[in-house]
Ligand binder design. Structure first.
Ligand code: NAD
Length: 477
């Protein structure tokens, strides 16, 4: 008797991204060679370097992949995780190329990572490792304001970015643009207001725009806006926390579940995200949050009853094994590659709307672009115009009050008077990027009868733009 054998799903991240690329490329009338050039990763730097901790020496493995040099500098985060390998950084670098094209940010895609578990090292050790890796990147010309500009990713944040900037500055003393060698720095070190929350806020701006297109969300069985929608979030780090916080505070969505590596907290009445954040700070874990139920597995959050599921941790979380149990009507990919193609097929069969990573999490690189231009111009956004803006508003308010012979209530007056600051400009630029990107993707989706998912449409938008750059520039020599 023939046994039915289950074929294992290919979880190789690079293969998955290439498959997604091929599906989109098949819909485009572009030369084969050109498509191949867009698809391949241009170069990868692999290094093993030593770091001394007292009398002990440890060797670290690290990578920096440069996927596409069609625009310069190249841009992409640096990840600290025990799971980093060459395929992962190559896949993530490719996604960066497509992401930048989608939000019209003039960079090529790159990504890097060090294979380590940050929780196993204290700040002093992490600083040494980060500085040594930066030196390795400098040696091989894999970092520089006009060459390759890293940013935070999984396991890194503004602290690591400050160390990178300072190390670069030590190697090139006196060069004016040094601060633009990395983004995601603390505001006091050349960073920009709104970068830390940017990826999460971008996810929210994207969701708001998606819900403005009622015909699309109706297909997934939803209607109305974000208010009251039940949301589950996996990962309570930079992206997950900021997405959940903004959805909770500004959109009045109901965050019913949050998953972390050590468990899920669940409350169908909705979780107060600020309070959960304080609880995590105090206890170092989200589990056993008062009033909520603790489920044993971080992955449990993927299967709770909700309207919108936001994976914001790592790749390959929703696979063929658990996709059938996903109850959400929309999956908004805040993490890179959280879903396998097999899972996507299952969700498509259930008419679940999948909002792809290369669009959803592009808010981070968008604001990184603003930070980079700020560093090159050496002036804070809003510094020149804030007071003139306020003075013009004051004249307008005065003239209006004079005309109607009535005064605005004090609270309204204060709001109207406030001139724009850096944070307002950053949020405005981010919102514009996310709205424009979604409309471009939706337009391609609607114009191509053979395209049944937004991921393929998003890849088509990206490939078309990169192809255009190559066709205009030509190939050297
Ligand atoms: P982070 O390190 O700040 O947070 C990740 C969180 O996920 C951590 O709190 C970690 O404990 C948690 N986690 C780990 N394993 C888990 C599991 N099995 N279940 C649930 N939670 C788990 O990282 P981040 O910057 O928020 O990045 C998250 C994702 O978003 C990654 O895929 C990253 O590539 C992507 N991303 C980040 C940015 C950015 O600006 N930081 C930009 C674009 C995309």
């Amino acid at each position: 008797m023939a046994k039915s054998r289950k074929v294992a799903e290919d979880l190789n991240f690079n293969n998955i991204v290439n498959l997604q690329f091929d599906r989109a490329a098949a819909q485009l009338k572009l030369p084969k060679g050109l498509l191949q050039q867009i698809r391949v990763c241009n170069s990868v730097y692999y290094v093993q370097f030593p770091v001394k901790f007292g009398n002990r020496m440890e060797i670290f493995q690290a990578w920096r992949a440069e996927h596409s040099q069609h625009r310069k500098p190249l841009k992409g985060g640096i990840r600290y995780s025990s799971m980093v390998d060459q395929d992962e950084v190559m896949a993530l670098a490719a996604l960066m190329t497509y992401k930048c094209a989608i939000v019209n940010v003039p960079f090529g895609g790159s990504k890097g990572g060090i294979k380590l578990r940050p929780r196993n090292y204290d700040a002093e050790h992490l600083e040494k490792i980060t500085r040594r890796f930066t030196a390795e990147l400098i040696k091989k010309n894999f970092i520089g304001p006009g060459i390759n500009v890293p940013a935070p990713d999984y396991g890194t944040g503004e602290r690591e970015m400050a160390w990178i900037a300072d190390t670069y500055d030590a190697f090139f003393p006196g060069q004016l643009d040094n601060m633009a060698c990395v983004t995601g720095k603390p505001v006091s070190q050349g960073g920009i207001h709104g970068r830390t929350e940017a990826t999460g806020r971008g996810v929210v701006y994207a969701l708001r725009e998606v819900f403005r297109h009622a015909d699309q969300v109706r297909g997934a069985g939803l209607s109305g806006g974000l208010e009251g929608k039940r949301v589950a979030v996996q990962g309570f780090g930079n992206v997950g926390y900021n997405t959940a916080r903004i959805l909770d505070e500004e959109d009045h969505a109901k965050i019913v579940a949050v998953g972390e590596w050590d468990g899920t907290v669940y409350d169908p009445k909705g979780i107060d995200i600020a309070a959960l954040h304080r609880h995590r700070k105090r206890t170092r874990s989200i589990t056993h949050f008062p009033g909520a139920k603790t489920l044993p597995d971080g992955k449990d959050c993927l299967e709770v009853d909700c309207d919108i599921l936001i994976p914001a941790a790592l790749e390959n979380q929703i696979t063929r094994d658990n996709a059938g149990r996903v109850k959400a009507r929309i999956v908004a990919e805040a993490a890179n590659g959280p879903m396998t193609p097999g899972a996507e097929e299952i969700l498509a069969g259930k008419r679940v709307m999948v909002l792809p990573d290369i669009f959803m999490n592009s808010g981070g690189v968008t604001v990184s672009y603003f930070e980079w231009t700020k560093n090159l111009s050496h002036i804070r956004y809003g510094r020149m115009q804030k007071r003139i803006d306020e003075s013009l508003r004051s004249s307008l308010i005065g003239a209006t009050e004079h005309l109607v012979n009535e005064q605005f209530p004090e609270k309204v007056r204060r709001t109207l008077l406030r001139g724009v600051d850096e944070i307002d400009l950053v949020r405005s630029g981010l919102e514009e990027a996310m709205i424009t990107a979604y409309r471009e993707i939706l337009d391609v989706f609607k114009r191509h009868r053979n395209v049944h998912d937004l991921r393929t449409a998003a890849f088509m938008v990206a490939i078309q733009k990169v192809a255009q750059a190559y066709m205009e520039l030509g190939i050297f020599p």
